[in-house]
Design a protein around this ligand. Sequence first.
Ligand code: DAH
Length: 336
Amino acid sequence: MTSDLDQHLTRHLAEATEAVAAVVDLDDLRALDAELLGKASVVIEARRGLAAMDAEQRKDAGRRLNEVRAALEHLLAERRSTLEAEARAVTLEAERLDLTELDTGRRLGHRHVVTQTWERLEDIFVGMGFTVAEGPEIEDEWHNFGALNFPPDHPARDMYDTLYVDHGEPGSTLLRTHTSPVQIRVMESTEPPIYSIMPGRVFRSDTADATHMPVFHQIEGLVVDRGITFGDMAGTMDAFTKAYFGREFTSRLRPSYFPFTEPSAEFDILRDDGSWLELAGCGMVHPSVLQAGGLDPEIWSGFAFGFGLDRLALMRHGIDDLRELFRNDHRFLSQF
Ligand code: DAH
């Protein structure tokens, strides 16, 4: 073997060693593999030169070439397994499961904070002499809107981003946007005097943010009796909030508009940061609504209210983001 060829191969091996070490991804390594061992590689070129050598030289050069090729193969294989291990580690990290949530200690589960609130509200109102009623989540247009004095195509319907159900005539079936339709169902099925609350799940095509969810909960209230006044309503709302929050709370009634009540108001409470949070809509039941429920407005009068149940839970527990209630992270939920 000529010393030229020997030096050439030694230099090549040194350069290849550096090049292999510098490669950081598997695709680049495959390209380098082709370059170092493929048809146009230094080793193959050199092998072609063997033909021109005499037998002795050819034997030495051949052995040297085999050594160099084996060394290159070894370098490449080593680097490949290192890079593959790194890639696996990256995938594992990305797919890692958070096992800190697995707790071997036994712990009793408990009701969700929304369910707890729901039950607490029922208890308070039952204590005030109310009965509890429920209605369907899939409603017809009449109960959700028509009977509540929303004329067809009335802009007040736009206050609710309604989710319609593909059933019957287009627009005739929907996911109830509020619990107010249960007022109508209660009037249809019950002789006054009526003192009822109607908790339930409601739906709107809303984007989730800190104070809105597309699925949330309300608790409706309806009182129908003889000679009911706005003062009865204000007193009931006040008694309820005091019972629920367990302490003095600053609240206000602010004039508002709902088609099913006249006059209408909004019930706000004062937050720690000095801002007002709207907790409920309320008002005196509109005569057309009493009529839609089959009651004579000359005889009966009443008031109604609708509280955001989730907001009541937030306020009571000092939670500042409604979405927390629905993330179902037990580390959060176990606090309540
Ligand atoms: N249904 C109304 C809403 O979801 C809230 C409401 C307002 C209910 C006034 C009432 C009421 O019963 O009288 O926005």
